[in-house]
Design a protein around this ligand. Structure first.
Ligand SMILES: NC(=O)c1ccc[n+]([C@@H]2O[C@H](COP(=O)([O-])OP(=O)(O)OC[C@H]3O[C@@H](n4cnc5c(N)ncnc54)[C@H](OP(=O)(O)O)[C@@H]3O)[C@@H](O)[C@H]2O)c1
Length: 306
């Protein structure tokens, strides 16, 4: 059955992938955008820095997915007031505005609502964020769960995709035989973008309420990610020179663990959670074709300049 969805932040990594998935499945999707509305008048422009009276009128929907926000941890730390306005105050305003207009309100949250001191955090564990970004996520989780609306919170670990900038930089450097210095003390539990899209689609389409967690089965260090990539692409391992993050920059917090317990999503949504290596392997074909088209583009540019 055709359903209507509203994606707030339809140009975000996750929002755009979900928008394309639902359009291909024949659902009706309206998106809000921060940029580009001038060039495409059918786009609803929504800037969360602005007060609600400046927002466009939003359509009724079966579910609304909240993807917009300041997602860079350093930006949240550097500008806590500005990021709190967008990430907490206005998101809660939006939730109130949508009251009675949407079936389910779905908020995307993060493993950073926890302090990373233990692996495989349960959905029911009390939150204990150690970063500004994590505190903002926890504040919306709390605000949303107190509203008289149908709500779902989907907590995600690191979402991996073939355009992930670090992966592309590492790949390009190793191919050019330049050394790289990945962090040996930073971990993540990477999950593929298509798993996230499937999970969100199932929660929204079935109007499944409560807290959901999507996570890889265990953590991997950034240094081990590069070693895995080097092996997969037959690139030189000695060019990988791991370094402890504290020698490079002052991190706000270095979690020892980032995994979440995904049991509910596995049992009730029928999703399979990957190992970190399975996630990485799933993005390599896309990474390779991105770098091949980049090479072809460079060849074309150098041909035309000679
Ligand atoms: N990606 C992950 O690994 C991950 C993991 C856990 C949770 N999440 C959460 O999932 C959600 C989506 O993540 P994502 O990675 O897809 O995000 P993203 O690609 O970083 O996109 C965030 C979007 O929010 C927009 N935005 C920024 N300021 C805004 C404002 N004032 N008003 C309206 N829109 C604004 C950005 O617009 P511009 O691009 O024009 O600035 C961008 O389109 C976020 O809530 C994120 O915290 C993501």
């Amino acid at each position: 059955m055709k359903q209507r969805f509203l994606i707030v932040g339809a140009e975000s990594l996750i929002g755009s992938a979900l928008r394309d998935h639902w359009r291909q499945s024949g659902h009706e999707v309206t998106g809000t955008y921060l940029e580009g509305a001038e060039k495409a008048p059918h786009r609803l422009r929504l800037d969360l820095r602005e007060p609600p009276q400046h927002w466009p009128s939003l359509p009724d929907s079966d579910a609304t997915i909240l993807c917009s926000g300041i997602t860079n941890l350093d930006a949240c730390r550097r500008e806590p007031a500005a990021s709190q306005l967008v990430n907490v105050t206005r998101i809660l305003d939006l939730i109130r505005c949508l009251h009675g207009r949407t079936g389910l309100l779905l908020f995307l949250s993060s493993n950073l609502v926890f302090d990373g001191s233990r692996p495989h955090r349960q959905a029911t564990d009390p939150v204990c964020p150690q970063t500004e970004y994590g505190r903002q996520k926890a504040a919306v989780e709390s605000g949303l769960s107190q509203q008289a609306v149908l709500w779902a919170i989907v907590r995600l670990t690191k979402v991996m995709h073939s355009r992930f900038a670090l992966l592309q930089q590492w790949h390009a450097s190793l191919r050019a035989r330049r050394p790289i210095r990945p962090f040996s003390d930073f971990v993540c539990a990477p999950i593929p973008l298509n798993l996230v899209v499937n999970g969100l689609a199932r929660v929204a389409e079935r109007q499944q309420t409560g807290i959901w967690q999507l996570s890889a089965s265990r953590d991997i260090t950034y240094a081990d990610m590069t070693r895995h990539m080097a092996t997969a692409f037959h690139l030189d391992d000695p060019l990988i020179q791991p370094v402890e993050s504290r020698f490079v920059y002052q991190a706000e917090h270095v979690p020892l663990h980032t995994t979440l317990d995904p049991t509910r999503a596995v049992q009730e949504l029928g999703l399979m959670m990957p190992t970190p290596e399975e996630t990485l392997a799933s993005v390599y074909p896309g990474l390779l074709s991105e770098s091949q088209s980049h090479d072809a583009e460079c060849d074309r540019t150098s041909d035309s300049t000679h």
